[in-house]
Design a protein around this ligand. Structure first.
Ligand code: PLZ
Length: 454
């Protein structure tokens, strides 16, 4: 328990300005972080890991301040969550006022307006002008589970189609939907049935056009599952954990058409790619695809836990009364945070900013890729950009290089995240409020890291 002195220090530190510059004042992790890490080892389950063990005290914009006073540049946004940046005054104000008013009633017991407003925003922002309804939950995995429940209920069918490299969560059903065994699934079975995996479009590794890759996936579905048995096709329009894989142009539209022709519910998992991240409100917007259901979380509520399932009213509303819910789903504090985050994104035009960030990052990384032999591919959209590391002269994944690059960045106070089925992809997910100077600083360190590992 923190004593009173510590608590008052916390409050004053919250009020002091963080500034915008990266500043490393101790070895990393610093001495206080090391003490906390030793404490953690005794008491936090070993199954939960940390990428970079600096313990955070406060944050602002794209800077995290750790307990040793180091100012860390955040190029990960807590895995694509703090899209609007840390400590946004409008969000603090909204959340504080809501905490003072009431923190919980359970929407299923006695409702409140902010839940409705979030659903109105989701209906307005997600693709398509058809009638839509939403249900709110706490986490991405919970949203995906509910989207599948709804699709099965609406179609009376059972099979769910997912893709190679997919990531959809860590609960029992979403583990089954997720592709990668280690660390997500190993030893955690048995898994939920009626999940069928088909090949993704992965231009760097398969060389297929979007139409060819879609034909390959569809042939497999029709041959091995049968269209009439398929309730839902679930896909991340830009895959996240799987390696920021952007399918070839035409792949998503072809799949979307096939689902429409066959009475299959097209579910876009936009949990990582949504809410402005890719330079459109949703990644499917880049190709004009209109999903039947969209799942959202992460960037939706600026760091508060909130997730949504938004879909065609005629699909969403087939569920019987009481069929969807949960104690905390659409919690009022998280709901007002979402409203503040959405307003902030609109006011600051952060979706356009994501496109600018994309241009800056792509130019920088493409130039870097011409100079070194370990970058096999640079890809992504908007502020969701990554590069894939290979053994020089081959396409063989180079996970060791990714690890070394992340460590080099961390040692200098920059958060960079690895991802990918083969652990060989470095992804950038900066908050969209990152300044050009901060971005240049982060890319500078990243460039040094790549050159040092090459
Ligand atoms: N769908 C597309 O990216 C979460 C997971 C990190 P939850 N991605 C980060 C980890 O190792 O657990 C994610 C996602 C997509 C679903 C999810 C699941 O969202 O809020 O983590 O449950």
């Amino acid at each position: 328990m923190p004593d009173l002195v510590e608590e008052s220090t916390m409050v004053s530190s919250l009020q002091s300005s963080v500034g915008t510059e990266r500043l490393v004042v101790t070895e990393l992790p610093g001495p206080k972080s090391q003490v906390l890490q030793a404490r953690r080892k005794n008491i936090v389950s070993a199954g939960v890991t940390n990428g970079f063990t600096v313990y955070i005290d406060r944050a602002e914009g794209a800077i995290l301040v750790d307990v040793d006073g180091n100012h860390i540049l955040d190029l990960g946004s807590g895995i694509a969550v703090t899209t609007i940046g840390h400590a946004v005054p409008e969000l603090i104000e909204a959340v504080s006022a809501q905490v003072a008013a009431f923190t919980h009633t359970c929407f299923m017991v006695t409702p409140y307006e902010s839940y409705i407003k979030v659903c109105e925003e989701l209906a307005a922002l997600t693709p398509g002008t058809h009638a839509k309804t939403s249900a709110l939950f706490n986490s991405g995995a919970e949203a995906v589970e509910n989207a599948v429940k709804i699709a099965r209920h609406a179609t009376g069918r059972q099979a769910v189609i997912v893709f190679d490299h997919a990531y959809h969560g860590r609960t029992n059903l979403t583990m089954a939907l997720t592709a990668k065994n280690m660390p997500y699934k190993d030893g955690f079975g048995p898994f939920a049935p009626e999940v069928y995996r088909v090949p993704m479009s992965y231009p760097f590794r398969d060389g297929l056009s979007g139409a060819e890759a879609a034909a390959r996936a569809i042939a497999q579905i029709e041959g091995q599952v049968g269209a009439k048995n398929v309730a839902a096709l679930l896909i991340e329009p830009v895959q996240g954990e799987g390696g920021f894989i952007v399918p070839a142009e035409g792949f998503l539209p072809a799949l979307s058409k096939w689902t429409t022709d066959n009475g299959v519910v097209f579910i876009a998992d936009e949990i990582q790619s949504g809410f402005g991240r890719t330079g459109e409100w949703f990644a499917v917007d880049h190709e004009g695809v209109v999903p039947d259901i969209v799942t959202t979380a992460k960037g939706l509520a600026g760091g508060m836990p909130l997730a949504g399932v938004t879909g065609r009213a005629e699909i969403m509303n087939t569920v019987h009364e009481g069929g969807l819910g949960g104690t905390y789903g659409g919690n009022p504090v998280a709901a007002v945070a979402a409203l503040a985050a959405i307003r902030f994104m609109r006011d600051r035009n952060l979706v356009a900013r994501a496109r600018e960030i994309g241009t800056l990052v792509l130019d920088n990384l493409n130039a870097l890729a011409r100079d070194v032999t370990i970058i096999g591919d640079v890809r992504g959209r908007g502020a969701m950009i990554a590069f894939e590391l290979v053994v020089p002269g081959t396409t063989e994944p180079n996970a060791a290089a990714a690890k070394a690059i992340v460590k080099y960045c961390n040692d200098r106070g920059v958060i960079a995240l690895a991802c990918g089925t083969y652990g060989n992809v470095i992804r950038l997910l900066p908050p969209l409020v990152i300044t050009d100077e901060q971005l240049a600083d982060g890319l500078g360190v990243l460039g040094e890291a790549v050159r040092s590992v090459s």
